[in-house]
Write a protein that binds this ligand. Structure first.
Ligand code: MG
Ligand code: MG
Length: 249
C-alpha cells in the first residue's frame, strides 16, 4: 500500500530531512585522505543525536550496525564503517544516512571526492547527481513511477554510464522502506501513479562500467562485479500539487 502523508507528517519529515542534509554537509567538510570510515560514522552519529529527539535510522535496521553506509570506489551501497578502512587521495566515498524524528524518517546520500579526483571520476559524480535531479523533476502528480526511472536512466546512459538494476529507491515515512519501489530505469507512464502527499526516496546508483553487482562476504557491501567505480546520490521528496519538494535540503 502506498501511503499519503498528512501536512504534519510532511513537516516532521522535513525536520528529519534538514538534519540529514546538515549531516551530509558535515561529512563533506571532514572527508579527507587518512580519515577512517569509522571516524565519519562516529561524527555523524554524535551530530544526529545532538538534535533533541533525532536518532539514526540505519542503526539496527535489518540489524545494520552503524549510523552511515560508507561505500568506497567500486562499492555501490551498504558499506559498513570500520576502523580498518582509511580514505585515500583520489578515491570517492558514497555516504548514505537516514534520520528519524517523532517516528518519521528521511533518507539521503551523496558521493564525496577524497582530495583531488580524476576528471572522468568527477564526471561520474556530476552525471549521477544530474540523473537524480532529472528523476526528481518528473515526480509530479499524475506522472508514474516509470517516468522517474526513465528520466534517471536517460541521463546516465546518454553519458555512457551503467544503471544498477538490483537496488532501487523506495517510499519512506513511518517505515524506512515503504511502497512503491522506485527503479532507476523504466518506461514512461508505467508503474503506480504519483499523487500529492506521497513521499519517495529517489536514489540513482550509477557505474562507470558494467552495472552488474555482487554482495561481499560481510553480507552487506554491494560492489560492481567488474570493479568499476560507482556513485550514489539520493534525496527524499514529497509530491505536491505544484511539483516535487525536496525534504533533505
Ligand atoms: Mg539512503
Ligand atoms: Mg534510500
Amino acid at each position: 500500500m502506498i501511503t499519503i502523508k498528512s501536512a504534519r507528517e510532511i513537516d516532521t519529515m522535513a525536520r528529519a530531512g534538514r538534519i540529514v542534509f546538515d549531516t551530509l554537509a558535515l561529512m563533506r567538510t571532514v572527508v579527507r585522505p587518512g580519515i577512517t570510515t569509522e571516524d565519519l560514522d562516529r561524527q555523524a552519529e554524535a551530530f544526529i543525536r545532538s538534535h533533541r529527539g533525532a536518532t539514526p535510522s540505519f542503526k539496527g535496521l535489518y540489524d545494520f550496525p552503524k549510523t552511515l553506509c560508507t561505500s568506497i570506489d567500486e562499492e555501490i551501497v551498504h558499506g559498513i564503517p570500520t576502523t580498518k578502512r582509511l580514505l585515500r587521495e583520489g578515491s570517492i566515498v558514497s555516504v548514505d544516512v537516514g534520520v528519524c524524528v517523532d517516528g518519521l524518517h528521511a533518507d539521503s546520500a551523496t558521493t564525496i571526492p577524497v582530495g583531488a579526483i580524476a576528471a572522468d571520476v568527477r564526471r561520474l559524480l556530476d552525471v549521477t547527481e544530474r540523473s537524480l535531479h532529472a528523476g526528481i523533476a518528473t515526480a509530479r502528480a499524475g506522472n508514474h513511477v516509470g517516468d522517474i526511472g526513465h528520466a534517471v536512466q536517460r541521463v546516465a546512459e546518454a553519458a555512457g554510464f551503467g544503471v544498477v538494476r538490483e537496488l532501487v529507491g523506495h517510499g519512506i515515512g513511518t517505515r524506512f522502506h515503504e511502497e512503491p519501489q522506485i527503479p532507476n530505469f523504466g518506461t514512461p507512464r508505467r508503474g503506480p501513479q504519483l499523487k500529492p502527499g506521497m513521499t519517495l526516496a529517489i536514489e540513482p546508483m550509477i557505474t562507470m562500467g558494467n552495472p552488474a553487482t555482487r554482495t561481499l562476504k560481510d553480507k552487506w557491501t554491494v560492489v560492481t562485479q567488474d570493479g568499476s567505480l560507482s556513485a550514489h546520490f539520493e534525496h527524499t521528496i514529497v509530491v505536491t500539487e505544484t511539483g516535487p519538494r525536496i525534504l533533505t535540503m
